[in-house]
Design a protein around this ligand. Structure first.
Ligand code: ITT
Length: 205
């Protein structure tokens, strides 16, 4: 599968997270690949994420949504790893603390756990793993993006979603929620993984 073929068939972005979906649409805009969401294909199944790694969960989602859609499927599993919390929330990022928490409540919960952690120990990273399933007969291809940062003491910024307001980019000292979507899409873990994906499609010509 190369970019030319993908331009004919289109690509399913297999996520129920609206924020991720919008980021993907922006990231893939320059490549003129028709993008379908789960909604577009009337798929309203939420796959249970039973894996213990980002790779396992991305694989589960890619396989399940490929089975339902029968078109090339890109699934994202992503999250935040905090060193002082033994790499939590990790694969539990979307449901950390309490499944019913709002993003703001989840961030408060995490900050509370980190309140006695010294500045130099507040290291963390955002990780994104993409699993690309082309057909039943082709092995799934994987792409990863990582951004290193620190957990802030108080949230900063109004853009983004999830843990963005409490994560400071180590390079710019800005929180991810202080980036506009265009800025975040230049540097984020998801942007890096998508760049790998595009490079792979170009290589596969
Ligand atoms: P899908 O499985 O349907 O894609 P989800 O939100 O459940 O949606 P994940 O299981 O991959 O997705 O969980 C990812 C969580 O990690 C997400 O809900 C956020 O809490 C966090 N996260 C991932 N990427 C993020 C980003 O760019 N900014 C802030 N938080 C992010």
């Amino acid at each position: 599968m190369n970019i030319a073929e993908l331009r004919k068939i289109g690509l399913l972005i297999a996520t129920n997270n609206l924020h991720k979906k919008i980021e993907f649409e922006n990231l893939l805009k320059p490549f003129s690949i028709p993008i379908y969401s789960l909604d577009d294909l009337h798929i309203n199944v939420v796959v249970e994420e039973t894996g213990t790694s980002f790779y396992e969960n991305a694989t589960i989602k890619a396989k399940e949504y490929f089975k339902l859609s029968k078109i090339p499927t890109l699934a994202d599993d992503s999250g935040l790893e905090v060193d002082a919390l033994n790499k939590e929330p990790g694969v539990k990022s979307a449901r950390y603390g309490n499944i019913k928490f709002t993003d703001q409540e989840r961030n408060e919960y995490l900050l509370e756990k980190m309140k006695n952690v010294a500045d130099y120990l507040r290291t963390a990273r955002f990780i994104c793993v993409l699993a690309f399933m082309i057909s039943e007969h082709t092995p799934i291809r994987y792409y990863q993006g990582v951004v290193e940062g620190k957990i802030l003491r108080v949230p900063r910024g109004n853009f983004g979603f999830g843990y963005d307001p409490i994560f400071e980019d180590i390079k710019t000292k800005k929180s991810f929620a202080e980036y506009t979507i265009e800025e975040k899409n230049q540097i984020s873990h998801r942007a890096k993984a998508i760049q790998e994906f595009i490079r792979d499609l170009q290589r596969l010509f």
